[in-house]
Ligand binder design. Structure first.
Ligand code: SF4
Length: 496
């Protein structure tokens, strides 16, 4: 176990996240002051020290394993050029992470593809620099030298940021995105950490839930209209929205169009998700009511894995549903797959991708398994481990298939507890980008989220900040407290 001693600062969270990214999970922060860094020459320690004043800072790290120094680094920085305290604090954090990162690599820990970046949205850094008119070459250089990104990840994140800009900029303050949550699913997948409720046990709540949701739609719609804002993108997610009947879907969509100004609507997505919830009737209702994008998410095309992850449908169900949706004429179909599912290696991923290639969807979203604390997978397989090299190889394979299918990466994000600490990437054919996905990642547009578990993000572009307004996750709580959810949004939106 590593005893971690931080001297001269208390950035435990940032240091902890970096250590976890290196796969160092067994560590604890030692509060006792043992004196000067040079005195730590016994046991296993990681010592990081910050010394300095407003102008000059010294950062030093030393790693001691079983009494021997296995890595050390000291660097001196002049931060005179940084004006505000917040900016200076941010830079100091980066320098501390960089110093620890370099020392760990010196001590023979394998370098990380995403370097010192532990946050969820790497493309945000690129956008910030582009906003400040940095050249492409400068940004690439900064990603390499200041954040230690690998060439591969630099290429990925630069490509994505440039594509996103075509859709996100110029920022139009009068446009918003709308998210509607349907938190019901046929069964619960073992890796699920969403607020999803199995329809068998919670099905009797659906009507009450929809009544509350309709109320939130109507009231929030009034508010948004009064503020002069229009909806650019609608995304109905969950859960699995197609657990609703075709009549419930039709009524829900009608409520949305009646309540919000949709004269500027560019995109309407429904996450159909699981084929065991989709039938021809529902697809026709969606198509006839303005939905132009749907997701049919296999996660894997291997029947044994489908069973393992808790799905009650077959590979053939996925294919049949896909062809039906094609026949009905949806412009864009997305398919999600997950890399790193139990008992899957290169051969299984290859099989999944071969099948998907034949279907040729306009979007393919490649997730890397994230084992969240609230998932059944975490509880049943506490020590689920998969080799990072294997995950990297499977991701590369997915990228090769995507290229073959004429798909390019257009959005990405990272999650906590991801296998191999890698990323999720959305690929698409040209002109089939999901604007909502890009907006939610880059946080430049207000997103109003309605329903249980929805988290609205109100953007204040002038102040370069956003406020989150969460709804309760629990379905019963949501049904009973919908007025409070509406008031929460009123309070925050009236400040914009
Ligand atoms: S379909 Fe999605 S939301 Fe539903 S249980 Fe599976 S992972 Fe969770």
């Amino acid at each position: 176990m590593f005893n971690v001693i931080l001297k001269g600062h208390n950035f435990e969270y940032e240091v902890g996240e970096l250590l976890k990214a290196f796969g160092i999970l067994d560590f604890s922060f030692v509060l006792k002051d043992f004196g000067d860094v040079d005195n730590y020459n016994h046991h296993s320690f990681l010592i990081n020290e910050l010394k300095g004043n407003d102008t000059k800072y010294i950062v030093r790290t030393k790693i001691i394993e079983d009494g021997s120094i296995v890595g050390s680094k000291q660097a001196e920085y002049n931060l005179n050029y940084i004006k505000g305290n917040i900016e200076k604090r941010k830079e100091i954090k980066r320098l501390i992470k960089l110093n620890i990162y370099d020392t760990l690599v010196k001590a023979d820990y394998e370098s990380l593809p995403w370097g010192i970046l532990t946050g969820i949205r790497p493309a945000k850094i690129v956008h910030e620099m582009l906003d400040r008119n940095f050249t492409i070459d400068d940004i690439k250089d900064i990603l390499k030298t200041r954040y230690r990104l690998s060439d591969d990840k630099i290429q990925l994140v630069m490509g994505i940021a440039m594509r996103e800009r075509e859709y996100i900029y110029p920022i139009k303050k009068d446009l918003i995105s709308l998210y509607i949550s349907i938190p019901f699913c046929p069964t619960r997948c073992i890796y699920c950490s969403f607020p999803s409720n199995p329809i068998k046990s919670k099905g009797n709540k659906v009507d009450d839930y929809l009544n509350s949701l309709h109320k939130e739609i109507v009231e929030t719609g009034k508010l948004i209209r009064d503020l002069g804002k229009k909806v650019e993108n609608i995304y109905i997610g969950g859960g699995t929205p197609t657990t609703l009947s075709s009549e419930q879907l039709r009524y829900l969509i009608a409520k949305i169009f009646d309540s919000f100004d949709t004269t500027q609507l560019k995109e309407f997505t429904v996450e159909a998700g699981r084929p065991d919830t989709i039938d021809e009737d529902k697809l026709i209702v969606l198509k006839n009511n303005g939905v132009d994008r749907i997701s049919i998410n296999p996660q894997t095309m291997n029947k044994n894995t489908l069973k393992t992850i808790g799905r009650i449908h077959t590979v053939e169900d996925i294919e049949r549903t896909y062809y039906k949706a094609r026949e009905i004429g949806f412009r864009t179909i997305n398919m999600d797959i997950i890399i790193g599912l139990p008992n899957e290696g290169i051969n299984e991923i290859n099989h999944t991708l071969e099948k998907i290639e034949k279907l040729s969807p306009e979007n393919l979203t490649v997730h890397t398994l994230a084992i969240k604390k609230s998932s059944e997978l975490k509880q049943s397989i506490d020590e689920y481990r998969i080799k990072e090299d294997l995950v990297v190889d499977m991701l590369k394979l997915a990228r090769r298939y995507s290229e073959k299918m004429g798909l390019f990466p257009y959005y990405m994000y990272r999650q906590k507890y991801m296998v191999g600490n890698l990323e999720n990437t959305g690929y698409c054919k040209v002109g089939h980008e999901c604007i909502y996905n890009m907006q939610i990642m880059e946080e430049k547009q207000t997103i109003i989220a309605l329903g249980a578990g929805g988290v609205s993000k109100i953007v204040y572009p002038r102040e370069n900040r956003l406020e989150r307004v969460p709804n309760v996750k629990n379905v019963d709580e949501y049904i009973n407290r919908v007025d409070e959810m509406i008031d929460r949004k009123k309070l925050q939106l009236c400040r914009t």
